[in-house]
Design a protein around this ligand. Structure first.
Ligand code: MDE
Ligand code: SF4
Length: 640
C-alpha cells in the first residue's frame, strides 16, 4: 500500500487527492489537425486516473519565447477560449490541471518562431544556432507584464494553478546565472541583481492572480553547468520564492545544454531527489521532486523519508496512464513502466513530431488508436516473441481473439534480451516483466522453445498468422573473410563467441556502439569501431546519442569513420582511411553491419493458403528499433 502517496495535500487552496503530479511535457498535439480535441483526449485519459495535478506543456507568454507553432500559448486573449474547453474536459473527468507559463529565452529557435530569441545578454547557447538579442529595460518590463497577463488568462481559462517555468536553463534561469547574464544594470551583476528578474516575475504573477490562486514555481535545483548558480545561492533563492508568495517549489534539474544526462535511462532512478530534499529543509511550502522516478514504490519511499512533499512523474504517464490506479488497486506488477528511452517522446519533440511512447503506442493517439473487441474471435498465431510479436499478442488478446505466441527461444523478448544487457539499459527488464504479466493475464498461450515450420500443427489451426520473426544479421562481403574468425553481433550477445585480445568491429551504428560498451564493461579494453559513414551511432535519437558517444570516448574505444574495407587478413582488417592504408589489428572481428528481414517463412505459409501479416524487423529490418516494432505490432493486430 502507498499511504503517503495516496493521501491528499494542498497547494494554497487547491486540494490534490494524491501526492502525484504529472509533470509538464510538451506533447505537440496542439499543432496537429483537430489538435484541441486530441489534447483533450490525451489529458482526460490521464485525469481519470487519480493524478493529484496535471501540468501542461509550456504555454508561451510571448511569441519570441515560444517553443514554436506547435506549442501552447497564452499571450493572446483568444487563447482563453480553447484552454477553457480543455480545462472543462479535465474537470468533468474529475481531474485538476495547471498550465506552465513558459519563456524559452535563448533556447527559442528562430526557425520555429520566426523571431529573434531574447535573453538577459546576447550570449549564444551551445544548442542553438541563433544568438539572442539582449532585452532592453522596456522589453524586460514588457516580459514581466506578459507573465502576469498570461497568468490572468490561465485563471480565466479555468486552470487550477499556474507553474512558472524558472529552470532547465530557460529565460528566468538565464537571468539568474552569471554564465548567461553579463548585464551591468540593475538586472545583472550581483546575485541580488540577477535574482531581480525572476523574482519580479513571481511577484507580478502573485499580484495579478490574487492571494488564493495556486502558483507553483519551477526553480532550478541544480544547473549542472560549470560556474553557474551555486548550491548556497539555490537555497537562498528557494527562501526568497517562498517569501514572494509562491505556493510550491517544483525542483528542476539541469539545463538543456548541460553535458550531464538528467532524464535518460542511464541516469539511475531517483538520482536527483537529494537536491529537492535539501531545498525542502529550507522552506515550509510543498517541494516537488522529479527526474527518473518511474514507479509508485519509489515515490512512496521518497515521501515517507520526507525528501519531498509531492512526486512529479511525467513520462511514466505516457507509458501508462493508469500507473497510480494500478497502485491503488494493488496491481503494481501490471504497470507499463517508462524505461526513459526518450525514443517516442522527447526525441519526437526535437524532430517537431508529436510525442507518443515506445512501450505504449496508444499515448498521443487517444482518438485514433482505439482497441475494440473483434466481431468474431479468430485463432491467431504469432511467430516470434520480440517486441513486435509481444505487442501484437497483447492487442490481439484484448480484441478477444484466441492467441498463440510461439518462439524458438526459451524466453520472450527477442532483441530486447540483448538491449537489457547494455550498461545502463536494464530498464528493458521492466518491459519484459510487463508483457510477460499481461500476456498471462490475457490468456495468451505462450509456446517457447517452439520452432514453427509451415507443417506445424499450430499453423494448421490458425486463421491469421502474424510473422514477427525479426531479423538476421547482415554479413558484409569483404575479401579474405575466411582467413579470420568473424562473429556477428548476435553471436556475441548470445554468448556464442569466444572473444580474445584486441577487438575490431565492422559497423558503427547503435548496436555496434552498445555492444562495444558491453564488451568494455566485461574488461576488453582494446576495441576499435570501423564504419564507412562518418557519423557514429547514427540511428540513436537526438537526446541520447551524445551520451553514448561520450561514454565511448571516455572508454577509449577507437572510432574510425569513412573507411573503405580492403581485406581481412589473419592479422586484422586492412582499411583505407584518409587515403592511407591502415591495418586495424584484430584478434577478434565482430560484424554489426545492419540486418536483413527474416521472412523466409512468409511465402511457405502463404502457399498453405494462410493469411500472413509480416511485422516488425521481419518487415523492415531496422536493428534495435523497438519503437517501430511495437507500433507496427499494435496496429497490425488492431486491424484483425
Ligand atoms: P547534436 O547535433 O546531436 O549535437 C551537437 C553537439 O552538441 C552536443 N550535444 C550536447 N551537449 C550537451 N548536452 C546536450 N544535451 C547535448 N546534445 C548534444 C553533441 O555531443 C555535439 O557535440 P560534439 O560532438 O560536436 O562536440 O545536437 P543539437 O545541438 O542539434 O541538439 C541537441 C539537443 C537540443 C537535442 C539537446 O541538447 C538535447 O539532447 N537536450 C536534452 C535535454 C534534455 O534531455 N533535457 C531533459 C528534460 S527535457 C524537458 O524538460 C523538456 C523538453 C521539451 C522542451 S519543450 C518545453 C515545453 O514544454 C524542448 C525544448 C528544448 C529546447 C532546447
Ligand atoms: Fe518513457 Fe520511452 Fe515511453 Fe518516452 S518513449 S515515455 S522515455 S518509455
Amino acid at each position: 500500500s502507498y499511504p503517503a502517496l495516496l493521501s491528499p495535500i494542498s497547494i494554497n487552496q487547491l486540494v490534490l487527492p494524491t501526492k502525484v503530479m504529472m509533470g509538464s511535457m510538451h506533447v505537440g498535439l496542439e499543432g496537429e489537425e483537430n489538435g484541441l480535441e486530441k489534447m483533450k483526449a490525451f489529458y482526460v485519459r490521464r485525469a481519470r486516473e487519480h493524478v493529484g495535478l496535471i501540468v501542461t506543456g509550456g504555454a508561451a507568454v510571448t511569441p519570441e519565447g515560444s517553443g514554436g507553432a506547435n506549442f501552447m500559448s497564452l499571450y493572446q486573449d483568444k487563447d482563453i477560449e480553447q484552454w477553457t474547453e480543455l480545462t472543462e474536459a479535465v474537470h468533468e473527468a474529475g481531474g485538476r490541471i495547471a498550465v506552465q507559463l513558459f519563456h524559452a529565452g535563448r533556447y527559442a529557435y528562430k526557425a520555429l518562431t520566426g523571431l529573434d530569441p531574447v535573453s538577459a545578454s546576447a550570449l549564444q547557447s551551445s544548442i542553438n544556432p541563433d544568438v539572442p538579442v539582449e532585452l532592453s529595460e522596456e522589453n524586460i518590463q514588457r516580459t514581466i507584464q506578459a507573465f502576469s497577463d498570461a497568468a490572468v488568462r490561465a485563471k480565466k481559462s479555468g486552470f487550477d494553478a499556474v507553474e512558472i517555468m524558472g529552470s532547465e536553463g530557460y529565460l528566468l534561469n538565464q537571468f539568474m546565472s552569471p554564465l548567461t547574464n553579463h548585464r551591468t544594470d540593475q538586472w545583472g551583476g550581483s546575485f541580488e541583481n540577477r535574482l531581480r528578474f525572476p523574482l519580479t516575475v513571481a511577484e507580478a504573477v502573485r499580484r495579478a492572480v490574487g492571494p488564493d490562486y495556486p502558483v507553483i514555481f519551477r526553480m532550478s535545483g541544480l544547473d549542472l553547468m560549470e560556474g553557474s548558480t551555486t548550491e548556497e545561492e539555490t537555497i537562498i533563492w528557494a527562501g526568497k520564492l517562498e517569501e514572494a508568495g509562491m505556493d510550491a517549489l517544483n525542483i528542476g534539474i539541469g539545463w538543456h545544454e548541460s553535458r550531464t544526462p538528467t532524464i535518460t535511462m542511464k541516469v539511475p532512478r531517483n538520482y536527483f531527489t537529494p537536491v529537492a530534499a535539501s531545498i525542502k529543509k529550507r522552506v515550509t511550502i510543498p517541494v516537488i521532486t522529479s527526474n527518473r522516478i518511474n514507479n509508485p514504490e519509489d515515490a512512496e519511499a521518497i515521501l515517507q523519508e520526507d525528501k519531498a512533499d509531492i512526486v512529479s512523474m511525467a513520462r511514466p504517464f505516457l507509458a501508462d496512464p493508469e500507473i497510480i490506479t494500478k497502485a491503488i488497486n494493488g496491481r503494481p506488477e501490471e504497470i507499463n513502466t517508462c524505461i526513459a528511452c526518450n525514443q517516442a517522446c522527447l526525441d519526437h519533440v526535437f524532430e517537431n513530431k508529436s510525442a507518443s511512447c515506445m512501450v505504449n503506442p496508444e499515448a498521443g493517439r487517444e482518438l485514433t488508436f482505439i482497441i475494440n473487441k473483434a466481431a468474431a474471435p479468430k485463432n491467431i498465431l504469432i511467430i516470434g516473441a520480440g517486441p513486435a510479436g509481444l505487442e501484437a499478442a497483447r492487442v490481439s488478446a484484448l480484441k478477444g481473439h484466441h492467441v498463440t505466441l510461439a518462439d524458438e527461444k526459451d524466453e520472450i523478448g527477442g532483441q530486447l534480451l540483448y538491449a537489457r544487457t547494455v550498461p545502463g539499459k536494464s530498464e528493458f527488464n521492466e518491459t519484459l516483466r510487463y508483457y510477460s504479466f499481461q500476456l498471462k493475464k490475457l490468456g495468451v498461450s505462450i509456446q517457447l522453445g517452439t520452432s514453427i515450420s509451415a507443417e506445424h500443427p499450430l499453423v494448421q489451426k490458425a486463421d491469421d498468422i502474424i510473422l514477427a520473426s525479426g531479423i538476421l544479421p547482415r554479413q558484409p562481403k569483404i575479401k579474405g573473410m575466411e582467413t579470420h574468425t568473424v562473429f556477428s553481433y548476435r553471436d556475441v550477445f548470445e554468448g556464442n563467441a569466444e572473444l580474445q585480445g584486441s577487438i575490431v568491429m565492422i559497423g558503427g551504428g547503435g548496436i555496434a556502439c552498445d555492444l562495444a560498451l558491453v564488451l568494455y564493461k566485461k574488461g576488453y579494453t582494446d576495441i576499435t569501431l570501423l564504419q564507412r559513414g562518418r557519423k557514429f551511432a547514427k540511428g540513436l535519437g537526438k537526446t541520447t546519442r551524445w551520451i553514448t558517444l561520450g561514454e565511448l570516448r571516455r572508454s577509449n574505444i577507437q572510432m574510425i569513420g569513412e573507411v573503405t574495407y580492403k581485406e581481412i587478413t589473419p592479422e586484422g582488417v586492412l582499411i583505407l582511411h584518409e587515403q592511407r592504408e591502415i591495418l586495424a589489428k584484430a584478434d577478434t572481428i565482430i560484424t554489426a553491419s545492419g540486418q536483413l528481414p527474416n521472412q523466409m517463412l512468409a511465402s511457405e505459409l502463404m502457399e498453405k493458403g494462410k493469411r500472413v501479416h509480416v511485422i516488425g524487423g521481419a518487415k523492415h529490418a531496422v536493428g534495435l528499433d523497438a519503437k517501430f516494432a511495437i507500433l507496427n505490432g499494435a496496429e497490425t493486430a488492431n486491424a484483425l
